[in-house]
Design a protein around this ligand. Structure first.
Ligand code: NAP
Ligand code: ZN
Length: 352
């Protein structure tokens, strides 16, 4: 077994603290990765604090993982020792349902095995995520990261990146379309970058007018402040696609009014109830739809990394030591991060 150091939550109310545990030695199909950087997703906070009522403790969060390959099993083909690699939200799936057969492991009909807050397939052992110094994952669930990329800014691509890239591709966002990205956090700022790189006209739809000063740098053509009723009314019926990343229940109806006829708002943020209720009239008058999307399959995650390498897309990050993770959670709740915290895992060496 491999001895691993990390940070864990032990219940919904206490801060994360240093935690030692073991991982399996790499099997014939496994890749062992020395973790260098781990992004902090809002889902980490939701799960550490049991917002989704399904938390398993102790919990080592982290599903935006980048590191260096230090060992591979004898059957591993795509990675070798010394390569840089990424791990996202899943580490396993059933591999035989229609979703797995279509490279959509995130929709595995038996449920994918999440990188943390889950049990290993066919076992009792909890999975532990990226706030740790080593991880062992089967090759199918590891992507290759080109070494010339800025690795710390690549980490958030493994969740925030793929979660926004996948729906933009699925709904064929491109030139000639006006696309709105709602909520400019870790996911949203990546949504803006991807929509721009795909050739769309991009509007940041935000509750924070001051984020407007980052619009040009992120690639947005316009800023729409969602609390400005007059501006929202003026923008009615003008959007071809909306990507909604708001992490909390909220009234979806004012956003639906922004869509053109026959278009969709894709929800990626709220996993619990959307409230107040979506009005039937928001759908009926204009034949509009609300859709959802979850991360992306492994093949598409590799495609997204390669797209980023080609187009020079990475995340805007603030690096922290692991000792500051609890403070980072509080700042994320206050919407005080531009735009993703990334943990320098080297700081674990000095963790108390
Ligand atoms: P984040 O960094 O905290 O950003 C969320 C943004 O939403 C904030 O920056 C803010 O943007 C806006 N916002 C926050 N509270 C709001 C409120 N009360 N009303 C309106 N807007 C609000 O979060 P994240 O890491 O991007 O994650 C976003 C959500 O996606 C989380 O719930 C996470 O669990 C979920 N998620 C889903 C998937 C999936 O597969 N579908 C994958 C990863 C994460 P402005 O300041 O611009 O308004
Ligand atoms: Zn995430």
């Amino acid at each position: 077994m491999i001895q691993v150091r990390g940070y864990a939550a032990h219940d919904a109310h206490s801060p994360l603290v240093p935690f030692s545990f073991e991982r399996r030695d790499p099997g014939p199909h496994d890749v062992q990765i020395e973790i260098l950087y781990s992004g902090i997703c809002h889902s980490d906070l939701h799960q550490a604090r049991n917002d989704w009522r399904n938390s398993l403790y102790p919990m080592v969060p982290g599903h935006e993982i980048v590191g260096r390959v230090v060992a591979v099993g004898e059957h591993v083909k795509t990675l070798k020792v010394g390569d840089f690699a990424g791990v996202g939200c899943m580490v396993d799936s059933c591999r035989h349902c229609s979703a797995c057969n279509d490279d959509l492991e995130q929709y595995c009909e038996e449920g994918p095995t999440w990188t943390y807050n889950a049990t290993e397939r066919g076992g009792e052992q909890l999975t532990f995520g990226g706030y740790s110094d080593q991880i062992v994952v089967e090759e199918r669930f590891v992507v290759k990261v080109p070494g010339h990329m800025d690795l710390k800014a690549v980490a958030p691509l493994l969740c925030a990146g793929i979660t926004t890239y996948s729906p933009l591709r699925h709904w064929k966002v491109g030139p000639g379309q006006k696309v709105g990205v709602i909520g400019l956090g870790g996911l949203g700022h990546m949504g803006v970058k991807f929509a721009k790189a795909l050739g769309a006209r991009v509007v940041m739809i935000t509750t924070s007018p001051e984020k407007g000063k980052d619009a040009t740098r992120l690639g947005a053509d316009e800023v729409l402040v969602s609390r400005d009723a007059e501006a929202m009314a003026k923008a009615a019926n003008s959007f071809d696609f909306l990507l909604n990343t708001i992490p909390v229940p909220h009234d979806p109806n004012p956003y639906m009014a922004l869509l053109k006829r026959d278009r969709t708002m894709c929800m990626v943020g709220v996993i619990t109830e959307i409230e107040p209720p979506l009005s039937g009239s928001s759908l009926i008058f204009g034949r509009k739809s609300v859709s959802g999307s979850g991360i992306g399959g492994m093949a598409e995650t590799q495609e997204m990394i390669d797209f980023c390498a080609e187009h020079g897309v990475v995340s805007d990050i603030e690096m922290i030591d692991i000792q500051s993770v609890n403070e980072a959670y509080e700042r994320m709740l206050k919407n005080d991060v531009k735009y993703r915290f990334v943990i320098d895992i080297a700081s674990l060496k000095t963790a108390a």
